[in-house]
Design a protein around this ligand. Structure first.
Ligand code: FNR
Length: 364
């Protein structure tokens, strides 16, 4: 079906699933263990109801903001996710092009299927065509082989990435039972695909990682703002602030690491309830399970600066390449703008906690 007929992010996923191999569908969709956190990611938004204001002039709304220090057309960004090439031969390059053409920030995964040099080359091409510098941030893991980080960050800094997302919820690999079953049944190799350093490459998991390692990362990326990705506990947000980091992404890694881990949105609600000032002192983002524009607004109400989406962009680029990425952003843009108008706000800063009511008290 033509890309213009896709009306929601779930439809883009269905379009991709209609032709991708079971192995790729499993890889993109998989969760750890029983998928409790994966399911909660989506349902946590349904615990809350919007409480709109009426009779306000909303002919002009401004959904623009700043994400990781970079101007963004919308309060969303593309979460770094590995191996886009499994879904489409242009892989991450689709995401570079789509993000550039729509003015949103993209996170590039340390486990991207294309080498960073090719991604950066595409970025500079797009920057020249578009006449402005697009937003690109790079995600890193602390590698067991620190020399890998040294080389990687040199390229990231020289290549002009604007921020670092340090993923801290993956100190060990996860346990994806459904993926292991599939491998057992079909064998591990899929001919004709080019895999990047996959997530379970043990080099990228360092069980020894700790707060003192931040010094090492900071020295390698002087001047670049650093955000911790995969934080849940309020004390870790406080520590991030103490260590002089720019902020945190509250996330359970799309339900792919610790199954049973609290969702990004619930962590945000809990942290905001305990210490609203903290959410102002450092930049807070969330990801996990966001599929509709009004869910983005729910997160913003509790002080999130922006919201990341992972799988939707993998599916979108798999189904339609660059056009799929653009379509996904346009769908979200329409939903965000309409939801803002129906909520009676013209600017994202007008979305306040009293405009979201949560039905269940949550565990803190
Ligand atoms: C991810 N995610 C991820 N995160 C990260 O920091 N580095 C990575 O390489 C990857 N790779 C990755 C691959 C795939 C296939 C998925 C689905 C996810 C996690 C990602 O950044 C984000 O946290 C979640 O995807 C957010 O949840 P949603 O939007 O997919 O529901």
């Amino acid at each position: 079906a033509p890309v213009e007929t896709m009306l929601g992010l779930d439809e883009l996923q269905e379009a991709a699933e209609s032709f991708l191999s079971p192995r790729v569908i499993n890889y993109y969709g998989a969760s750890s263990l029983d998928g409790y956190s994966l399911a909660e990611n989506r349902s946590s938004f349904r615990k809350c109801r919007l409480v709109p204001r009426v009779m306000r002039d909303v002919t002009k709304v401004r959904p623009q903001t700043t994400i990781f220090g970079v101007p963004s057309a919308l309060p969303i960004y593309i979460s770094p996710a590995s191996n886009a090439l499994l879904g489409h031969p242009d892989g991450e390059l689709n995401i570079v092009r789509g993000a550039s053409k729509t003015g949103i920030v993209q996170g590039i995964s340390a486990a991207a299927s294309f080498p960073l040099s090719e991604i950066l080359e595409e970025k500079s091409k797009m920057d020249q065509e578009g006449g402005n510098k697009m937003g690109m941030v790079y995600q890193v893991y602390l590698s067991r082989d620190r020399q890998k980080n040294v080389e990687q960050l040199k390229e990231v800094v020289e290549g002009g990435c604007q921020a670092l997302l340090l993923t801290v919820d993956s100190n060990v690999g996860d346990h994806r039972q459904s993926t292991e079953k599939l491998k057992g049944a079909k064998g591990n190799a899929e001919p004709g695909t080019r895999m990047g350093p996959i997530e379970n490459d043990h080099q990228w998991h360092d069980a020894s990682q700790n707060w003192e390692d931040l010094k090492f990362i900071k020295e390698l990326a002087p001047g670049l703002p650093i955000y911790l990705k995969g934080v849940s506990h309020i004390e870790d947000v406080r520590l991030a602030k103490e260590y002089g980091l720019a902020g945190c992404i509250l996330s359970n890694h799309g339900g792919r690491q610790l199954d049973g881990a609290r969702t990004g949105f619930d962590s945000l609600r809990s942290i905001y309830a305990q210490d609203p000032q903290l959410v102002k002192d450092v930049e807070i983002y969330i990801d996990g399970g966001v599929r509709r524009g009004h869910e983005v607004l729910q997160a913003l109400a509790f002080g999130a600066k922006g919201v990341g989406l992972g799988r939707p962009f993998l599916w979108a680029q798999a189904a339609y390449g660059e056009k799929g990425v653009i379509r996904a952003v346009r769908i979200l843009e329409r939903e965000i703008v309409t939801a803002m108008q129906l909520m009676g706000v013209t600017d994202l800063s007008q979305i306040k906690p009293d405009m979201v009511e949560c039905l269940q008290e949550i565990w803190k």
